[in-house]
Design a protein around this ligand. Structure first.
Ligand SMILES: CC(C)(COP(=O)(O)OP(=O)(O)OC[C@H]1O[C@@H](n2cnc3c(N)ncnc32)[C@H](O)[C@@H]1OP(=O)(O)O)[C@@H](O)C(=O)NCCC(=O)NCCS
Length: 162
């Protein structure tokens, strides 16, 4: 999948590619991005390789000019698709990489027949997820030192994403 996002000046930026992890190198690139963002940048967790759900989830890698820059993961639990580990390297933020990752994961969830998508959003990113159609549910809570909010996207209320 290719997503090209125009800047306000219409200058063309390099295309963002999103693909499922396909080999060990891709998986290592995913761990490196998780480690950079969730461990070194956010001090949230050093345990970026130890999530047991990885074994039966779809993990994607986003690249710009073949450089790994973003990732995300989705896990199916019955009719719920749960998204986690969404991260984009700092120098590549604000150019559509995170949105491209999310659109890929949401489309895949729809294709699998999921009825809704859930995630634990860091509250600084609420607007990022709201723009994608997610709504907050319940009260905010802390995971580590970072405030989070459960968010839900009802796929039954969504047109099929192309
Ligand atoms: C949140 C994150 C994944 C967004 O990735 P990104 O590549 O910068 O997102 P995009 O460029 O696709 O942004 C899409 C839109 O959301 C907005 N947006 C992005 N991050 C935002 C944030 N933290 N708060 C509010 N709006 C945000 C952008 O301005 C953009 O709006 P536009 O379409 O009007 O330009 C990225 O900032 C990140 O990795 N942060 C650190 C890790 C993290 O917080 N992960 C989420 C855990 S829940």
């Amino acid at each position: 999948m290719t997503v090209l996002k125009d800047t306000p000046s219409s200058e063309q930026r390099p295309a963002v590619q999103v693909r499922p992890v396909r080999d060990r190198d891709d998986q290592e690139a995913v761990y490196a991005i998780r480690e950079e963002v969730f461990h070194h940048e956010q001090h949230l967790t050093p345990y970026v390789r130890d999530d047991p759900d990885d074994a039966y989830s779809l993990t994607v890698l986003a690249t710009v000019d073949d450089r790994p820059v973003g990732t995300g993961r989705v896990t199916l639990f019955g009719d719920e698709a749960q998204i986690a580990w969404v991260a984009v390297l700092k120098p590549y933020r604000g150019r559509g990489v995170g949105s491209a990752v999310m659109h890929y994961l949401i489309r895949w969830s729809q294709a699998q027949g999921a009825r809704y998508v859930t995630l634990n959003a860091q509250t600084h990113a609420l607007d990022f997820y709201r723009r994608l159609g997610f709504e907050p549910v319940g009260r905010r809570f802390y995971m580590g030192h970072i405030e989070h909010q459960v968010m839900v996207l009802d796929l039954r209320a969504q047109p099929e994403r192309k």
